[in-house]
Design a protein around this ligand. Structure first.
Ligand code: GLA
Length: 728
């Protein structure tokens, strides 16, 4: 519910459990008044105090009055160069060369439904569920208008934000910074949690108290990155899974981003999130509009668990567009870890041969099927089937796979090119490179200039022809290096600051075309595993390969960190062979299955090499997963322990919406002598219902939640256990 109080000049956004308020203050400055647990109403700006503070200047309209400063009051969208010295949200370069922005409130409009963003991913939904608030701000001197957009999804406690900047004057201006979200707090006793890592170890949470000054995470790699995720949490110092105020903020963007928090001199704080200003500038001709990517916030007054569950629901229902929505997705088998690029059609068929009988439903052919792709030094950019490997073309192989009773999926990496390719030999200028430099190589490949329509059209044409040549129902879209030497031959010198963002817009346009031309194809995103795991890609690719690290123990941590924002149904996760390719660790197959069920679920191994016992395990696991898939992928998710604490086990749980079913999964740590007696307290049950556990007994929800379930002593390292609870 969005309310405007004309007397108080406040806009109040209510969700089921939270309230957000902004207020038009003196001189038409838009202040941020409140974000927190739901309140019944009123003007919540009353604690804001006017005072003369040294070195905090006063707006020129204030004349000789010294008690109001942009530097001391919480701002709804911070400006720069006119008195607020904290993190700016927007920076304009005007024809005079000045670099300031000064925004004043003009008007606001509330309407039903959800705004959309041309060419950018955004939450979507109908007039029943969504409301939009549009606030118009103006910089009179610059003749620039800024529209702040807010989408309110009451049920999920979700507030989305986006920003449009319009040049309403007659001269060209340049936008040098344009954040999507600015959130001020009149306190700084908060913790900041970020999700960090590296290739093969993504999204590990890191929590620290805000300290004076700016703390930030970002990406300048052209993709959202393995290193830092565009999702952060600000929370009470003592917030935990079940209590404390926490606010999660995600950016729906797959390129360079910045998420910065600042604790200021008066112990207030600010979070700013959006496009990274590094190497960013956007030329706005008169009348032109720039749209900043969408950000989305969930505030939970009672801990991380509820915040995550609200994000999960919103992402599943109102962000992802899934051709399989409402249907169980096929359990897949991918041969990458078994063969890498060294395969023939016969080898692939051999791996697929036993799969249907074991319950697998989709065969994915990974990297190595096209051009002169004998290893990772050649072939990218030449998207035609290598008939030496696949005689008779794609169709012949797909027919063989389909004859086994399986669907077929294919790997692509459209944004990349090898210098050893027909494409590069014909169009060396299609790769990003700065004249006179590099290019730097990553995995011995270069990045195509996806900011260019002609480049995208060419690649799209090739890939469309391949996809049209056979019955393909799944694509794995990879992206295996970071961007360097970012310069486009197609843009003039003064517009090179647009290339990073135009690249991402190009990726989105390409994805949208794939979705339009092949609406039935399920696309799994991937960037060397989880290098582009963000809300932007999820709008186009309902699932993303979570990490190139398939070691079950490391995956417990990676998937735990990922789950703070992203639902289990989006996390690509497979059972692979041991010793694991990354860690060399040996874990039981049972455990690998339980961990992969914490995601999309599939296998990545040579099934033809499995023992009869292993095959039996695969059969059992796929049957179990299919039976409980709705509960796992659609249920409410609870983290029951933190794998980074090196406790005796890692446990998590899925509970159905009606609380009549729950699945608890648990993996122990390394075995130690004299193991303690452990009791696991289960969460989210109905206290009044009675449950059977793995088909036996009768336990009240109340008892299982308060007293818990006595865990058996599991001998051996990394043993797994699952408890299926069903109400009587
Ligand atoms: C990336 C992916 C892997 C695999 C290889 C193929 O690393 O994450 O799963 O597809 O590329 O080259």
């Amino acid at each position: 519910m969005i309310l405007y109080d004309a007397q108080d000049k406040t806009y109040t956004l209510h969700t089921k459990n939270t309230t957000y308020q902004m207020k038009v203050w003196d001189y038409n400055i838009l202040l941020h008044a409140y974000y927190g647990p739901r309140l019944s109403g009123g003007d919540l700006s009353y604690p804001l105090r006017c005072a003369d503070r040294g070195f905090s200047p006063n707006p020129s309209e204030a004349g000789t009055s010294r008690t109001f400063s942009l530097d001391t009051f919480p701002q709804e969208y911070s400006t720069c160069g006119v008195g607020d010295f904290r993190l700016p949200s927007i920076e304009l370069e005007l024809p005079s060369g000045s670099r300031t922005a000064d925004l004043r409130y003009v008007s606001g409009e509330v309407r039903r439904g959800k705004y959309g963003l041309e060419g950018l991913p955004a939450f979507y939904g109908g007039e029943e569920e969504w409301e939009t608030l549009s606030i118009l701000l103006r910089d009179a001197a610059a003749q620039v208008e800024v529209e702040l957009l807010y989408g309110v999804r009451e049920e999920y406690d979700l507030i989305t934000r986006a920003v449009r900047v319009k040049n309403a004057g007659n001269e060209t201006v340049r936008l040098c910074r344009c954040a999507s979200l600015c959130l001020d707090f009149v306190r700084s006793d908060l913790d900041l949690i970020t999700f960090n890592g590296a290739h093969v170890m993504e999204r590990c949470p890191s929590r620290a108290p805000l300290r004076p000054g700016v703390q930030s995470v970002d990406s300048v790699r052209g993709a959202s990155s393995h290193q830092h995720n565009p999702f952060v949490i600000l929370c009470d110092r003592d917030a935990n899974e079940d209590s404390g105020l926490c606010i999660g903020a995600m950016l729906l963007y797959s390129g360079n981003f910045l998420a910065a928090a600042e604790a200021d001199q008066f112990e207030n704080s600010r979070l700013v999130m959006g496009l990274n200003p590094y190497h960013f500038s956007w030329t706005l001709e008169p009348g032109a509009v720039f749209t900043a990517p969408e950000a989305a916030m969930v505030c939970s007054p009672c801990g991380f668990g509820q915040m995550s569950r609200q994000f999960h629901k919103a992402i599943r229902k109102d962000l992802i567009r899934d051709p399989w929505a409402g249907r169980r997705k096929p359990v897949l088998i991918n041969h990458w870890e078994a063969t890498e690029m060294y395969f023939t059609a016969d080898k692939l068929v051999k791996i697929a041969q036993d799969a249907p009988e074991l319950g697998l439903e989709l065969f994915v052919m990974d990297d190595g099927w096209f051009g002169a792709r004998l290893d990772d030094n050649a072939g990218l950019g030449d998207w035609f089937v290598n008939e030496n490997k696949l005689p008779g073309g794609l169709r012949a192989l797909v027919d063989r796979i389909k004859a086994l009773g399986m669907e077929f999926g294919i790997w692509i990496e459209p944004e990349m090119v090898n210098e050893d390719s027909d494409l590069y030999r014909a169009h060396p200028d299609w790769a990003l490179n700065v004249p006179g430099r590099g290019p730097s190589r990553g995995r011995n490949q270069l990045v195509l200039d996806f900011s260019r329509q002609d480049v995208r059209d060419h690649i799209y044409g090739q890939i469309k022809a391949v996809l049209s040549s056979a019955d393909v129902s799944y694509i794995k879209w990879d992206m295996n290096r970071s961007l360097t030497e970012v310069w486009s031959a197609a843009l003039p010198a003064d517009r090179q600051g647009e290339v990073y963002h135009r690249y991402v817009l190009g990726v989105y346009e390409f994805a949208e075309r794939l979705r339009r031309d092949f609406p039935h194809i399920l696309i799994e995103g991937c960037s060397g595993g989880g290098g582009r795991f963000d809300g932007g890609m999820l709008h186009y690719t309902p699932q993303i390969w979570c990490s190139d690290n398939t070691d079950a123990v490391d995956r417990l941590r990676i998937q735990y960190g990922t789950s703070f924002c992203y639902p289990v149904s989006t996390m690509g996760a497979h059972v692979s062979a041991v010793p694991n390719g990354v860690s060399k660790r040996i874990t039981p197959m049972e455990t690998r299955g339980v961990v992969a069920m914490h995601g999309t679920f599939g296998y990545e191994m040579d099934l033809s090499k499995c023992t009869p016992e292993e095959k039996e395990t695969v059969r059992r696991q796929t049957a179990f997963f299919k039976e409980h898939c709705d509960l796992i992928h659609d249920g409410d998710y609870y983290r029951l322990s933190d794998p980074f604490r090196n406790g005796p086990y890692t446990a998590w749980e899925h509970v159905s919406h009606d609380k009549r079913e729950a699945l608890v999964s648990l993996v122990t740590g390394p075995f130690r002598g004299a193991p303690p007696f452990l009791t696991l307290r289960i969460k989210g049950l109905d206290p009044a219902l009675r449950y059977r556990v793995n088909g036996e007994g009768s336990w009240s929800g109340e008892v299982l939640m308060q007293v818990g379930w006595p865990l058996p002593i599991l001998r051996g390292d990394y043993q797994a256990l699952q408890l299926y609870l069903e109400a009587e």
